[in-house]
Design a protein around this ligand. Structure first.
Ligand code: M6R
Length: 591
């Protein structure tokens, strides 16, 4: 779960590699490194910590002909300088950066040890470097060495490779981790995604699983099993990949506040003013489906749960299952299921595993992702983009809202009901009102910033929003919290309520409002500190915050917005690294 970047040709490598890594550090940020070739020699710099730590120890350099760099989220070996990438082979002829996990690295390592190789790091990547060297010594040809190495590797990898005896080429290979080549007249580039390359190129090639090859400054070669391959050209919309923080202190805040604009853009892409613009084959598949199974992880899984409600309202059997669970227990409940896969990044490994199973079974899948060109987009039967623009903060915010709105549009397209557009417009206006009132939520956050535990309780849509609320509070503000349906606490967890226990609640569904308030009374009677976010029409004296009235089925767009602000401001008050919380990465590309 790392980011790689590389290039060859007339490039300001110092700037490209360092700035490129900063744009990729959503993929991991516990150590970073780079290597470049200059005057026939390779220079290597690595640092524990963030890309800024690497920048601090790397002398400004010019005149390099080829360079590679890496930002790491540790899988094998703790974060340290020695385990940072690039890793090099024993004789220093291969330098490699790697995103992925080599499953058989122990077996390969012991075979290489038999050959006399010594390992200095705990990484699986050093195994790849030495395996390349071992094959190169026999083959005397780098492309053959890569082919032989690929044949032995099991697992996922996107690698950029410097061969120290050849300053004219930058080598690469890929399987089950993303890798994109960027083309420009005077130089060629590669990276885990397009963002680092956007300032330099507008023509891209998707490297497919099993492919490998090499770049020169002006050309490229792609192979599979020794045979040249046709490149898979692809485009990226630069406007949707802007990485600019503007005047915001954090990406999370910027992305929360981009939500209304993202929803508007999403609607424009799927509704032309009179009709929905979905692929009719996809809508027909959904109409015919006797079961709709949502698969996703994290925030996307909570948006999926809203989707389940929508599908059930259409009269469909539907469930949402966490991808990492279904991947190892891939049940089928019906003859004609449709699988809906939600993923902001489109690269979540657990979900890719599910998609592989679905494809092997010849199933019909619909991918809903924010990432054009991602594995999940490319390998699904139908793929729909969220058009939310780049989401940089680890916490998913605007993508959640776009996922919920997309699912509402999808339901409406199946029923042929365009009233949804009016409802979504009212939700956009209501979100803008909440954004204007964010300081009220900041004040609430100031009062609760000291808590170490909390509950989130709600019923119906509000319970689904609470699940997302608790995830946000955990990952950004480091507060342990649990989400419960309002009626469930008295079946056990109420034992944990003591004077002062913080309970966040949302009430937006009228039919469930009085039951929920009764549940809150039970908690209050035991001393809980209730902080209630309610829909205006259901507001009562003492509620902490109220958000405007919108159709109830869209209420998670407002309750979750409030919870996003709550987590953001608690984290801000605690002076935490909001955009890059500890132990996490934006794109979870390992299982
Ligand atoms: O890219 P995806 O939507 O597939 O990612 C799923 C989760 O990893 C992601 O939502 C994660 O839980 C975020 N940190 C939530 O803010």
């Amino acid at each position: 779960m790392c980011g790689i970047v590389g290039g060859i040709g007339n490039i300001d490598f110092h700037n490209y590699l360092i700035e490129g890594l900063k744009k990729l550090d959503y993929r991991g940020y516990d150590s970073a490194g780079l290597a470049f070739m200059k005057g026939g020699k390779v220079e290597l710099h690595r640092a524990m910590g963030k890309v800024s730590d690497l920048e601090a120890i790397t002398p400004k350099f010019t005149g390099a002909s080829v360079g590679i760099a890496h930002t790491r989220w540790a899988t094998h070996g703790e974060p340290s300088e020695i385990n940072a990438h690039p890793q090099k082979s024993n004789e220093g002829i291969f330098y490699i950066v790697h995103n992925g996990v080599i499953e058989n690295f122990r077996e390969l390592k012991s075979a290489l040890r038999q050959e006399g190789y010594i390992f200095y790091s705990k990484t699986d990547t050093e195994v790849i470097a030495n395996l390349l060297e071992s094959h190169y010594k026999k083959e005397k040809d780098v492309l053959r060495a890569i082919e032989e190495t690929q044949a032995e590797l099991q697992g996922s990898y996107a690698c950029a490779i410097i061969f120290a005896l050849d300053p004219e080429h930058l080598y690469f290979m890929k399987n089950a981790s993303p890798l994109l080549i960027g083309l420009d007249g005077e130089a060629n580039y590669l990276a885990s995604d397009a963002v680092p390359m956007i300032p330099y190129c507008n023509k891209f090639i998707d490297v497919e699983d099993g492919e490998y090859g090499r770049l020169t400054a002006s050309d490229f070669e792609v192979y599979r099993d020794g045979k040249p391959q046709e490149p898979h050209y692809t485009e990226r919309n630069a406007a949707l990949l802007t990485h600019d923080l503007g005047d915001y202190p954090h990406y999370m805040l910027k992305e929360i506040e981009e939500t209304p604009a993202c929803i508007r853009r999403l609607v424009e892409n799927y509704f032309d003013g009179t009709s929905f613009l979905f692929d009719q084959g996809m809508i027909n598949a959904l109409k015919k489906a006797d079961y709709v199974l949502f698969l996703a992880c994290g925030t996307s899984s909570y948006a999926s749960e809203v989707g389940v409600r929508y599908m059930r309202e259409l009269g469909k059997n539907s469930d949402a299952v966490i991808a990492s669970e279904w991947a190892y227990d891939p049940f089928i409940k019906a003859r004609n299921p449709v699988y809906i896969l939600l993923s902001q990044s489109g690269e979540t490994a657990d979900l890719i595993h599910c998609l592989k199973i679905i494809n092997e079974r010849g199933g019909t899948s619909i991918a809903i992702t924010n990432s054009k060109g991602s594995t999940i987009e490319r390998k699904s039967t139908y793929a729909c983009l969220l058009y939310a623009g780049l989401e940089v903060a680890v916490a998913s915010t605007k993508s959640y809202a776009d996922q919920v709105v997309f699912l509402a549009l999808l339901k409406a397209a199946v029923e042929g009901d365009t009233d949804v557009i009016k409802d979504i417009r009212s939700a956009i206006a209501a979100q803008k009102t909440v954004i204007k009132q964010k300081e009220d939520i900041h004040e609430i956050a100031k009062k609760v910033k000291g808590i170490s535990d909390a509950f989130f309780v709600g019923r119906g849509f509000d319970f689904l929003a609470c699940k997302e609320g608790t995830l946000k509070l955990k990952e950004i503000a480091y507060v342990h919290s649990e989400a419960y349906p309002g009626g469930e606490l008295k079946h056990g967890p109420i034992a944990l309520i003591q004077p002062g226990t913080c309970v966040f609640c949302s009430i937006s569904e009228e039919r469930l409002s009085s039951q929920m308030r009764n549940n809150l009374e039970e908690l209050k009677a035991r001393g809980a500190n209730i902080i209630l976010f309610s829909r205006k029409a259901l507001q009562k004296k003492g509620d902490a915050f109220s958000y405007p009235d919108i159709p109830e089925y869209l209420s998670p767009l407002l309750s979750v917005l409030c919870f996003q602000y709550l987590s953001y401001y608690v984290a801000l008050e605690k002076d935490l690294p909001i955009d890059k919380p500890r132990n996490l990465a934006k794109s979870v590309t390992v299982e």
